[in-house]
Design a protein around this ligand. Structure first.
Ligand SMILES: Nc1ncnc2c1ncn2[C@@H]1O[C@H](COP(=O)(O)OP(=O)(O)OP(=O)(O)O)[C@@H](O)[C@H]1O
Ligand SMILES: [Mg+2]
Length: 420
């Protein structure tokens, strides 16, 4: 189903396009703000120069009334009403403009405070304006950035942060509501399927019972029909378990896998060699599972393995203890393997590389293991032309001493048994 693969490729391209679009918008916004900052910086520099000129004139000239008031006006307001500046006279006294001096300081403390501000300004990247005060002595003006300039410098970063938080929150909300929606569809569909199958199934069961009592019907045929009806019953039970909260029971994992693999072996190619390797100690074989659903998981994984091997090869199921009180079940096949490109897609609903595949087997298996059994299902490794290992992690019940274990001592001792 190449069509499905294309859908995933398209989605990836769309994501990349959105990402590139976002980066371009952000870069443009940063560039534009940087240009505004440069312009304001230049204007503030001119303001300070004008302020210095006015100070110089004020100090040097004997002025008439009107010129004097104009110069003081420039000094007091127009030339600089926002840029923090300190005028250091030849005598060393500091006079500040647009600097908030903490209240309650005496003259000495105020000078010390301004001295500190001055050091900050000197260490900044603005130059110092030096002018002659008319007595052959130099006065100095130091200045920093206005509040507006500082705010504008950090504005794009704040804006960026807000946008990122907003998109992250929106993404999380959308993906969680999408997941909830998917859950509802899965559960609803499964419930409806179980319900639809229920009626004809009970009728078929009744018919089989009737055939059994009537000698006109061939016993062998009736037995085969009964097997099919039982299979149908198992399928219906699986769907009804998916559609409701499934009941979990303590089961012996080795026994569950062994029984099911025996069943499966008869239904697949005889050229597929199945073996089970059990490395679990006696006390760690009990897991809480829903047998019907768990068998469905094994079936999906094994059928995929058989498909990948083209009906010839070997499938080994290894059971061992893993970290964090978990049991690891490895399904390893000698099939064609999964390409790197497809590794991240195999659990996507609808992804299939088979002519007649629905691409639902692994999605379903993952849901069953992770949502209903608190476990994990993933591809442990895969190599093209060599094979694949799928791993299931299940929490074991350490306090249960093989509650569901009906294996005889003999069977248990054959822990590394091989069956075919
Ligand atoms: N053991 C494996 N070896 C190689 N490829 C695999 C293996 N298991 C799964 N795949 C790949 O993952 C894809 C998805 O598997 P999945 O079981 O979800 O769907 P499907 O088998 O194609 O269809 P169906 O819904 O009938 O199971 C497969 O089409 C195949 O390409
Ligand atoms: Mg499959």
């Amino acid at each position: 189903m190449i069509l499905n693969v294309d859908i995933y490729n398209r989605t990836n391209w769309l994501k990349i396009a959105f990402l590139i679009g976002g980066v371009i918008v952000i870069a443009f916004s940063l560039y534009y703000t940087d240009r505004i900052v440069s312009r304001i910086e230049e204007r503030e520099k001119q303001q300070i120069q004008l302020y210095a000129e006015a100070l110089k004139d004020n100090l040097m000239m004997e002025m008439d009334q009107s010129t004097g008031s104009l110069v003081s006006q420039i000094i007091q307001s127009n030339a600089n009403n926002s840029v923090p500046a300190i005028h250091k006279s030849h005598g060393g006294a500091l006079i500040s403009r647009n600097i908030e001096i903490p209240p309650g300081l005496n003259a000495k403390e105020e000078q010390a405070f301004l001295q500190k501000e001055l050091s900050d300004m000197i260490s900044g990247d603005h130059g110092t304006i030096v002018f002659d005060n008319g007595l052959g002595q130099n006065d100095y003006i130091y200045y920093g950035d206005s509040k507006l300039l500082n705010q504008l410098r950090y504005y794009p970063l704040v804006q960026l942060l807000v946008v990122v938080i907003f998109f992250l929150a929106a993404y999380l909300w959308l993906s969680s509501s999408r997941k909830a929606e998917q859950n509802r569809v899965w559960v609803g569909l499964a419930k409806e399927t179980a319900h639809q199958l229920g009626t004809p199934l009970s009728s078929l069961t009744a018919w089989v019972e009737y055939f059994k009592t009537d000698p006109r019907f061939d016993e062998e045929i009736v037995r085969e029909i009964e097997k099919d009806v039982q299979r149908l019953d198992t399928i219906t039970t699986r769907f009804s378990n998916i559609g409701s909260v499934p009941v979990l029971k303590d089961e012996n994992i080795f026994e569950t896998v062994e029984v099911f693999m025996n069943y499966l072996q008869k239904r697949i190619s005889s050229k597929v060699h199945i073996s089970i390797q059990n490395n679990l100690s006696d006390g760690h074989q009990t897991v809480r599972i829903n047998k019907y659903l768990f068998e469905w998981v094994i079936e999906n994984i094994c059928k995929n393995a058989v498909d990948a091997m083209g009906g010839i090869g070997s499938l080994t199921i290894t059971m061992k203890e893993s970290r964090n009180k978990q049991i690891a079940l490895d399904f390893s096949d000698t099939g064609k393997g999964i390409s790197k490109k497809n590794l991240s897609k195999v659990f996507n609903a609808g992804f299939s590389t088979k002519k007649r595949g629905w691409g639902l087997g692994l999605t379903l298996a993952k849901r069953i293991v992770e949502n209903y059994h608190n476990g994990k299902l993933y591809v442990k490794s895969s190599e093209i032309g060599k094979g694949t290992i799928f791993r299931i992690l299940l929490p074991y019940e350490p306090n249960m001493t093989n509650a569901g274990n009906h294996l005889s001592e003999d069977t248990a001792s054959q822990v590394s048994n091989v069956q075919s």
